[in-house]
Design a binder for this molecule. Structure first.
Ligand SMILES: Cc1cc2nc3c(=O)[nH]c(=O)nc-3n(C[C@H](O)[C@H](O)[C@H](O)COP(=O)(O)OP(=O)(O)OC[C@H]3O[C@@H](n4cnc5c(N)ncnc54)[C@H](O)[C@@H]3O)c2cc1C
Length: 412
């Protein structure tokens, strides 16, 4: 598709948030005419395309609990179209995090999101054995089982969003980068793209990990200092052992001694897309000016993990489930890294950054958060959404930040 010379809305980025926002704008307006999504590469070239696809509501921030509930309602409209497996999500934690689970369970009840809290070492063990007969992890004293959560195949979700967005009449232009903005007072009057200038009424920013670079073009670097992490995940196969496709996603934090792991450690796992098990573990901090391109697994350094990483996640996996052995040489490992971008309090910024520039900067929470685009579209069309009040940029100046949990992950 050719780059237009003018548009009503230019959306920067064809990941889940750019597509979801464009789709809902078109639906609310009754047509996608004049709405264009530009991507410097292609649909799903960023974090959405490499996402683990886990759909969970394990957040200490009540505002996030509400957004995830609304997002899961979107997945539930057509689970098969979105590639959504509603198999549940179980967070299993040691004593140090038990109180937080109580709080999250209460918040789930408040927003109408079904979850079951189990407390005490013995009840936790019994619950996990009912899900996995060979469960053998010890030292866990609480768990929270979210029955409406699960995971989605990112390729299917992106294909569904892309198809719906195109069908709504939105133009998706791939291979075109936004390289600057022409300002008229506090508003953007035109987007400078690699293929030419596009005059526009509204700009929507959904640049994923490239948020740092887009925000710099708008002169907002001081207001939004991002921090970066390398997420590390993989698909692992051990002999003929497998997880049942209906197994819930498991998030396991532990402080039990396991050879090769630090005193306090965590993994998360779900059935893989092939016959293996998809496992992730704690991310590594990166420099705030780290290289983003090429993105993900194709990056010569940040796309790689180490043998030590593979050894540690497989050791943790075999500690948790008896079907997997400790003998590393029998594991087939296919892991990768990807750069991720976080806001100062590691929660999304969803707000107008300039008079006619709306941003959905999800702080790497977002594959599951399809509802952000729906709420954003309503705000862009002039209807403020109270559910987004805690996600404004102004919170960094006012200090009204989201709660931080004791979880070792930057995204809980
Ligand atoms: C390895 C990994 C695992 C993850 N696992 C999960 C998970 O299990 N569950 C979950 O909910 N979330 C997960 N996430 C987070 C989630 O994937 C992201 O938060 C979400 O996909 C971000 O979507 P987005 O649309 O904002 O950005 P992206 O999907 O990154 O899309 C941004 C797009 O913008 C384009 N772009 C950037 N700059 C420009 C420019 N100047 N001009 C034009 N186009 C531009 C890029 O090419 C890209 O396609 C994971 C992330 C990673 C990296």
């Amino acid at each position: 598709m050719d780059v237009p010379s003018s548009a009503s809305v230019v959306v920067v980025g064809a990941g889940v948030h750019g597509l979801s926002t464009a789709l809902h704008l078109a639906e609310l307006q009754g047509s996608g005419d004049g709405i264009f999504v530009l991507d410097k590469q292609r649909v799903g070239a960023g974090a959405s395309g490499v996402s683990g696809g886990i759909v969970r509501n394990f957040y200490l921030s009540a505002a996030m609990n509400e957004i995830v509930r609304r997002s899961v309602e979107i997945f539930e409209l057509d689970p098969s179209l979105f590639g959504f497996r509603q198999v549940g999500y179980v967070a299993v934690v040691p004593e140090a995090q038990a109180e937080e689970l109580e709080q999250i369970a209460a918040q789930h009840a408040d927003v109408g999101y079904v979850s079951k809290l189990v407390q005490g070492a013995e009840p936790v063990r019994a619950h996990m054995e009912s899900l996995f007969p060979d469960w053998q992890a010890r030292g866990s004293t609480a768990l929270l089982h979210e029955e409406r959560s699960g995971w989605a195949d990112p390729t299917a979700t992106l294909a569904a969003l892309e198809g719906m967005t195109r069908a709504a009449g939105v133009g998706i232009v791939e291979g075109v980068a936004v390289v600057g903005f022409q300002m008229s007072g506090s508003a953007v009057s035109a987007v400078e793209a690699s293929a030419g200038r596009i005059e526009c009424d509204v700009v929507v920013l959904a640049p994923g990990p490239w948020a740092r670079d887009i925000v710099r073009l708008l002169g907002l670097t001081d207001e939004l200092p991002f921090h970066y992490w390398q997420v590390r995940e993989g698909e692992y196969v051990y002999s003929s052992a497998a997880l049942d496709a209906r197994s819930p996603v498991v998030h396991l934090d532990a402080d039990e001694p396991v050879t090769g792991l630090p005193d306090s450690w965590g993994i998360y796992f779900r059935p893989g897309l092939a016959r293996g098990v998809a496992i992730g573990a704690l991310p590594l901090p990166l420099d705030a000016d780290c290289e983003l391109d090429p993105y993900g697994a194709s990056h010569p350094e940040l796309g790689l993990t180490t043998r030590e990483f593979d050894e540690s996640v497989t050791a943790a996996m075999s500690w948790a489930l008896g079907r997997f052995g400790h003998d590393f040489e029998r594991w087939t490992c296919s892991s990768h890294g990807a750069q991720t971008c976080f806001t100062p309090d590691s929660y999304p910024v969803v707000d107008f950054l300039r008079e006619n520039v709306y941003a959905v900067l999800d702080s790497n929470h977002g594959f599951k958060m399809l509802a952000l685009g729906k709420l954003a579209a309503a705000e862009i069309l002039g209807k403020p959404q109270p559910e987004l009040d805690t996600f404004r940029l102004a919170r960094f100046a006012s200090g009204a930040l989201h709660p931080s949990s004791s979880s070792p992950y930057p995204w809980t």
